[in-house]
Design a protein around this ligand. Structure first.
Ligand code: GLY
Length: 359
């Protein structure tokens, strides 16, 4: 088993990575939680595949378990669904000393984490992410939140899990589009801070080879995220690097009302386009955007921004909670493996968006 120890100013926790980890999860949980009750929050897709065996295994280790299932999808990340979860947890007579497990993708982790952070001012929770995106990004770093109609993640806090358990085998049942969605974030990590990971991501020739190496990819991405979160827990400096591709990416997701592009697909388009422009401005080493395009194509990810209205993209950018105020922090690359934060005005942002045809 690979273990990463996240050390924060006031707490620490481990990220455990191992194939097959969830098949005997009770054994792992017993090592860190001595209580009796566990509430498992999941969605109906994950419940159908893993719910029963997961809960049976926890019961085998003596736990009293209640599984609470939400509808899959971003719409569930709402205050209404959170309220429903509070009621179900109270029906289970959960107390402050008990444990919540979030078993699922980013929606389950963010929502379940938010509920854990607020019920009784905080109940311990453990993240068991089941999508690649959640395994390498959202389950680590303590960002928990729900959405409002006017924007994503507007209500939330920093609340770290007691542990994160990552089982790469669960990705075998993940829809392929969502496997590649997560690969966009893996590519992001390599671009901002790990050239050798970037080189490895370029040589895997098919899905079989990718899955053979997936544990290593997850470990390397989590290691980068852990390091960045330790440096800047509250997202004021270095952590902003994790937003490479996200300024344009979030705007594209919103542009199409979250229907045409997944998060990773938006980020893929964002990473390529911002780099193409920064290369033209002589900020980024020549040839970098072509290398990005090549790796994105390898993983079935889009890169083109054409046929979108520049003004609409800019409007979506200024509505993003990260861009309130006069200054926008954009992330650019010096070259592959070296990202940096640049402060620009909203006016200057226009120069970074080119909606003309891209080949
Ligand atoms: N997903 C970006 C962060 O955790 O800061």
């Amino acid at each position: 088993m690979r273990v990463l120890n996240v050390k924060l100013s006031n707490e620490k926790y481990n990220i455990y990575i191992k194939r097959g980890l969830i098949s005997d999860i009770g054994r792992e949980i017993r090592g860190i939680y001595k209580g009796e009750k566990i509430a498992v929050i999941t969605d109906s897709n994950v419940q159908r595949i893993y719910g029963e065996s997961f809960c049976l295994n926890l019961k085998k280790y003596g736990y009293k378990v209640k599984i609470i299932t939400i509808k899959p999808g971003e719409e569930s990340k709402s205050l209404e669904v959170a309220k429903n979860l509070y009621d179900k947890l109270l029906d289970f007579q959960i107390s402050r000393g008990d444990l919540i497990i979030t078993l699922g993708g980013g929606v389950v982790g963010d929502l379940g984490g938010f509920v854990s952070s607020t019920l009784f001012r905080g109940i311990s929770f453990i993240q068991i992410p089941t999508t690649l995106l959640a395994q390498i990004d959202s389950s680590i770093g303590g960002k928990v939140a729900v959405n409002l109609n006017r924007g994503k993640n507007l209500i939330g806090s920093f609340y770290h899990p007691k542990a994160v358990f990552i089982d790469p085998n669960v990705l075998k049942t993940l829809d392929k589009r969502f496997l590649y969605d997560g690969m966009a974030e893996a590519i992001k990590y390599s671009l901002i801070s790990d050239k050798s990971l970037f080189e490895r991501l370029n040589i895997y020739k098919d899905e079989k080879e990718l899955m053979y190496n997936i544990e290593d990819i997850i470990y390397n991405c989590c290691k980068i995220k852990k390091r960045i979160v330790e440096l800047d827990e509250r997202d004021k400096n270095e952590r902003m690097l994790l937003n490479f591709g996200h300024t344009i990416g979030h705007a594209i997701e919103k542009y199409f009302n979250y229907k045409n592009f997944t998060h990773g697909e938006g980020v893929a388009i964002g990473m390529y386009n911002i780099t193409k422009k920064s290369e033209e401005m002589n900020i980024t080493q020549k040839g970098t955007s072509d290398l990005i395009k090549k790796v994105l194509k390898n993983y079935n990810l889009p890169y083109k921004l054409n046929n979108m209205e520049k003004e609409k993209i800019l409007k979506a950018i200024t509505l993003d909670k990260k861009n309130i105020g006069k200054i926008i922090n954009i992330i650019l690359l010096e070259k592959i493996g070296e990202g940096f934060v640049k402060k620009i005005s909203k006016e200057e942002m226009k120069e970074f968006i080119d909606t003309k045809g891209v080949v």
